[in-house]
Design a protein. Sequence first.
Length: 249
Amino acid sequence: MIILKSSQEIETIRKACIIVADVLERIRELIRPGTSTLTLDDAAERWIRDAGGLPAFKGYRGYPKTLCTSVNSEVIHGIPSKEVVLKSGDIVSIDVGAIVEGFYGDAAITVPVGTVSKEAERLIRATEESLLRGIEQAKAGKRLYDISHAVQNHIEAHGYSIVRDYVGHGIGRSLHEDPQIPNFGSPGQGPRLKPGMVLAIEPMVNAGGSATAVKQDGWTAITADGSLSAHFEHTIAITADGPQVLTRK
């Protein structure tokens, strides 16, 4: 069941989303060669709590950390660790969520570490662009898969693959609510978009094939072929005046 949010509830979700946006902005400044992903995680948890929020991921279904830090061929759900030290040429996807007054915010970015390849730059750029193309379709009266198709069309036009094993989601009092939001699909299909829907749209894009696997830690999803992967996410609200990006300061 898709839960529509009141304007007051959306404003509370926005509070959580602003914390998320601030953390991602500050994390960018910490990402450099020689930094461990655990260092990023410790900083993110401190910033969320100092802002009056709670880490949304820590303890969620047993997940042990505040951030998901997915490096290179890791797609999503990479677990921060002092053993994972970033080096020049890496790309790292940072996914973070916060809770404020019982409501969730969620967003992700992919960041180059030091000097990266042109291919890595192109993958990051195309993935972020696909998110923006999807958001453009998030208008009342359109269909859910109009978002999905816009993402897929942009990514496949660049020769990349959409991850099909993981999808975006509704968000509110729970981190994951209906509807599921695939990053692929036919336009004009799916539930009609209505004011009050709050959606976490998150393209996950592989430079190679779309297939994924999960590492032995039971969390970290990786590309099956070892290719690079990028991930961007915003939490948005459907309004009568168009989409509002809540995870943007």
